[in-house]
Design a protein. Sequence first.
Lengths: 502, 482, 95
Amino acid sequence: MSDWPAALTALSLAEARDGLARREFSARELTENYIAVVEVVRPLNAFITETPDQALAMAKAADERLARAEGRPLDGIPIAVKDLFCTKGVLTTAGSHILDGFHPPYESTVTEKLWQAGAVMLGKANLDEFAMGSSSTTSYYGPVENPWRRRPNGRAGDNRPVVAGGSSGGSAAAVAAHAAMAATGTDTGGSIRQPASFCGIVGLKPTYGRCSRWGVVAYASSLDHPGPMTRTVRDAAIMLRAMAGHDLKDSTSAPLPVPDYEAGLTGEIRGMRIGVPREYRVEQMPGEIEALWQQGVDWLREAGADPVEISLPHTKYALPAYYIIAPAEASSNLARYDGVRFGLRVGAASLDEMYELTRAAGFGAEVRRRVLIGTFVLSAGYYDAYYLKAQRVRALVARDFAKAFEEVDAILVPTAPSAAFAIGDNTDDSIAMYLNDVFTVPANLAGLPAISVPAGLSADGLPLGLQIIGRAFDEEGILRVAQVLESAAEFRHLPAFIAGKT
Amino acid sequence: MLIKGRTGEWETVIGLEVHAQIVSEAKLFSGAATAFGAEPNTQVSPVDAAFPGMLPVINRHCVEQAVKTGLGLDAEVNFVSVFDRKNYFYPDLPAGYQISQYLQPVVGHGRVVLDMPDGRTREIGITRLHLEQDAGKSLHDQHPNLTFVDLNRAGIGLMEIVSEPDLRSAEEAGLYLRKLRSILRYLGTCDGNMEEGSLRCDANVSVRRPGEPYGTRCEIKNLNSVRYVMQAIAYEAQRQIELIEEGGQVVQQTRLFDVGRGVTRPMRSKEEAHDYRYFPDPDLLPLVLDPAWVEQLRAGLPELPDTKKARFISSLGLSPDDATVLVAEQATALFFEQVATGRDPKMAANWVTGDLFAALNRLGIGIEQSPVSPSQLGGLIDLIADGTISGRLAKDVFVEMIATGADPATIVENKGLRQVTDEGAIAAAVDAVLAAQVDKVAEYRSGRDKLYGFFVGQVMRATQGKANPTLVNDLLKKKLTG
Amino acid sequence: MALDRATVAHIATLARIRLPEAELEPLAAELSQILNWVEQLSEVDTSGVAPMASVAASGLPMREDQVTDGDCRDAILDNAPRTARGFFAVPKVIE
Ligand SMILES: [Mg+2]
Ligand SMILES: [Zn+2]
């Protein structure tokens, strides 16, 4: 017997778009299906706020446009929005207690573009507090649970819920559990790609400057990248086109036209040179990850590409550099949460006491840790040794990539050094948790586009992703390679949460 | 200028940090308005209030104003400068950081020339000028246990202009501030209005024995009039001298000037040592200026007070004192030049700095509000020059012009003040006076030369002051000796 | 480097986060561990390498001097924990 409430949610975004255009079903039906699934997946805690009424109103407007044959690129497509994007009049929390009750009087540029394209908002997705994390367990609103479970016959006796990855874990879980057709994410050190890998979906971090940061709660401004999370590469191409574009309100936004990414999905990668960096073969990497990576190389070779071993010598130093730069920027970006103009205030007789008590109560342990580290590395006497040093290393990491891209057209690496781990693991060892981002952080430091594609299952039956990194603003190139990988991998598995209910 | 203490002479060393609000419609990084005096929090955008996800975009005009000011201070313009975040918590600093420029300001070394009272000039070095955001306003006196915060001012563009520690007395500090304000107003980059807070000054003050290294300095914050700057510095220097002479030591400190009591006192909220953790603002890229654009701005600069003063002295033959006074305010210089065009410049200068200034002073208004226009004052000078009225009568006409705003010619006509140059009429008046004063004439003729003035006065009175003085002289002399 | 309690307390004050006494020691240990780990960067020869603050390549875009925002006091004050007479209100500050 099936208690899955919806048939339409199995469609990909592209399929649903085409079905809507052919009027095979209405945006209202599609949205109602999704609202029902959003309710079913509540145990995963993927959403902080559900917005069914808004969704239905938006679907109605989409149906009216579709009826007039004035359909827009995403008309009637129900999506989840990472709760880091400000949404006008809708509670926006960044997963933090400190933003209690915050209703922004404005809409982020990226979500505004999505609504202009006709998309329907199902709700605000859970995340690591202020996007600081790789597990989506640090949210004030509780941890996100991955819809996937280890195989019962896997590692003996361990069928604990696993993390969705982070920080865009709620977005990834919602898309993987068919509770959203697509979602927005943000990626500062891997926060789109790593949860995509953990949840068996596609996650694309565009080039820095491709998607506006305006209206996105800032974690580390020079590293924050909004981007799409979807079930297929084609869907990522469609979403990215709607999200991307020059924004005069973001001084770091790139003044470049946005290509038709979907049209670029030709499946043709013959003659493309694919870099395989030897420094990513880290010591502790599980054999199955290494094997999957090799499999990926083989798939691309079979499709006519030309794999080339390359060297990115400073790879090892990207992660420690990131854990100086990101907290430094965060310590400053989070100073505005002071109990004066919005969010939480803990009452006190003096101003400084109000600040200190509010911020102590409002920030969770990981945010506090990063704000303190960031404050320290910027403080008098330590700035040069830590912050400036990290920025110089950042320059070297970027230089490595620039050199590599003189020889190759794209780079293939694993997305993460492991599959999803159990909720509660890695929590008392910060560095073990930070190591999750070892393969994703370099692209953030260099601002390069990178995409994670589900490519296989671990021995435990959990999804594993492969990552393509491209030249700046060559999202078309990595999408094309990603789609070839996607076809070769034929990843058709469903997460336990869905499989168990259908 | 040295100060005599109990144990000998002391020298005051002063450096000023001036915060000049940039004249602009919108704020430095947001599209909110900058007008003074609006209802609280009505000129605030979510960017100014540092709402989550808000980002700064710089106002081109503010950059232009800073560059123009740099050029006006004869300073180096840096073609690449960087915006940094200065991190500290305060309720009127919404983001918890001020966007400022630290290591790479937009303007580097420059200078301001002081016009000293003895007629010499003295050059004061400018260390730098950088762009930064203003903070909001905290009102501490509106409620027994709350501070109120108004963010209207938050985010308005400021130029922070830092001088070298080249100033040596409160008087020099006053001259410097007035000169700087004059340059800013000439450039139109800051209105210089200290009451409204458009121009605020922090003074770093220390004392030393002449020739010795700098002493420990104290910073006096937020001085909002030239008078207070001078009072605060004078007090602070005296305080430090007395402290040292009594065997104490100056502690580096931030202090506030108590306007009511005329003293400085330590600022409580600034006791904790600051660590501003400056770093480049990742929301903004480096500001790169096109050298051609900078040259274009340079070419468009107005004539500034120093150049104008030199020209007034060399081309118009004014005294340095008159020139200094006339160029201090651009409006005065403009007024004067309009009056002087086609007329005797010295005469124009005398009228402007003499009767006009006195009248404006009495009325408590600026030259922009003068009831007498430059062309009217010029007209009055013309009437003197062509002999229509005497210089003495002109003073009366001017009083009438100030009172009524009427043209001098009209006043002269209506009041019948036209000078009498008819020799016959004057001779008749002279004859009448001499006939009426037979005794005095006799005295004069017997050697009392001093009576001559008496006869002139009598003739002028008889002609209501309108008689041409030269003719009166000629005729009187002739007839008395006659 | 190893952070001591006093340093942790100092940076917590700079960051305006109140830390209970009992947390200082464990936090000092945790933060020291992270700092020790990032210090592996000292192995990298960065002489002559300019620090990279941003990857964005284009110049700084500029806005025209036009009033396009503001005049929205309610939107600005609506989220505030405490306001009075159109102002934000905070515990009294003594200057
Ligand atoms: Mg200063
Ligand atoms: Zn300043």
